[in-house]
Ligand binder design. Structure first.
Ligand code: DON
Length: 312
């Protein structure tokens, strides 16, 4: 067992248990089906993990069941692009403004066609192209190793989900060709899409998400391994963009009600980072209409309320 978890008598574990038990019968939403392989998941899976900055991981439910990271990869790949290129070079290719649009919106910046921010699909396709590496394979390896450094353990790719998304990802393909035409995405479009689809297909668990977000919350040092993954200022930039853009067109409501930087993914994952405090990972596949986990949102609302975690 990688992370030692305290006994259920531990107050934090008991609290996570209470939140999960209270929400497990909430049965709204459906797992994503536009990536066919994602619809094969058990909709009842539900896990909740928290990693404190001393490296202790607490959890309740299905915290060690693997699922694909999907869009929760975006802040971490943005962090890697910042580490490899620096903020000015990254911002020259992708904006930092909330779009108020869905994650897969085809609306790019008026006039220029630049992607609005690194959290929507368009921006994420560009940020993954900015990670260091002379070939698509090298960039994919850098991304897999980078995500593993955030998680504190080696990670793998779900090849079936990768193939499923690659076969059906025409909307991302269209976005990538538009951005290539406008000069924001360089190189071979299909190869670059492969790097992005692979990044979305990396397998993680709830515990991993908690550790990954604790690494951002702790200024770029993984609290389990003690290893610095990115510079403090880059962790800060990532948290800022998560706070404003991480929940897409639900980002304003999220900041109002939950008040912590977060990122969701269509596998049903949500990651939350409370700067200087901890990281949270939630996994429950059924999604609301904006592509966010129904139980995940409810769990974050409850935790924020009960602990008074709202940053403002
Ligand atoms: O590109 C896509 O559509 C997916 N691989 C990721 C989208 C996603 O996770 C949006 N999050 N809620």
């Amino acid at each position: 067992m990688r992370h030692e978890q305290r006994s259920p008598a531990d107050p934090l574990t008991a609290l996570l248990d209470r939140v999960r038990v209270r929400l497990r019968d909430l049965d709204d939403g459906e797992p994503a089906s536009y990536i066919p392989e994602l619809s094969r998941v058990d909709p009842d899976l539900f896990g909740l993990s928290l990693c404190a900055l001393d490296g202790q991981v607490y959890g309740s439910g299905d915290t060690r069941v693997p699922f694909t990271v999907q869009s929760v990869s975006k802040p971490f790949v943005f962090a890697l692009a910042l580490a490899d290129r620096g903020l000015p070079e990254v911002l020259a290719r992708v904006g930092a403004e909330p779009s108020g649009e869905a994650f897969n919106s085809i609306r790019l910046e008026p006039g220029t066609g630049r992607p609005p921010n690194p959290m929507v699909n368009a921006g994420a396709i560009v940020t993954s192209s900015l990670v260091a590496g002379d070939t698509p394979e090298a960039r994919s390896t850098r991304i897999l190793d980078g995500l593993a450094a955030f998680a504190g353990r080696p990670l793998d790719i779900d090849e079936a989900v990768y193939a499923s998304e690659r076969a059906t990802g025409d909307r991302n393909r269209a976005l990538a060709y538009l951005m290539h035409n406008a000069g924001w995405l360089t190189g071979d479009v299909e190869e670059q899409l492969g790097v992005y689809f692979r990044q979305c297909s990396v397998l993680v668990t709830c515990d991993d998400l908690a550790v990954m977000h604790a690494t951002l919350a702790g200024g770029g040092v993984n609290p389990v391994t003690g290893r610095r993954v990115v510079a403090p200022r880059h962790a800060q930039h990532v948290l800022a963009v998560m706070a404003t853009c991480g929940m897409y067109d639900a980002s304003g409501q999220w900041m109002l009600k939950v008040g912590m930087p977060a990122k969701s993914g269509v596998s049903g994952a949500i990651g939350v980072a409370l700067p200087g405090q901890f990281g949270i990972g939630v996994f429950s596949p059924p999604l609301e209409e904006k592509g966010n986990s129904v139980r995940g949102i409810a769990a974050c609302h409850l935790l924020s309320d009960q602990f008074g975690l709202h940053l403002m």
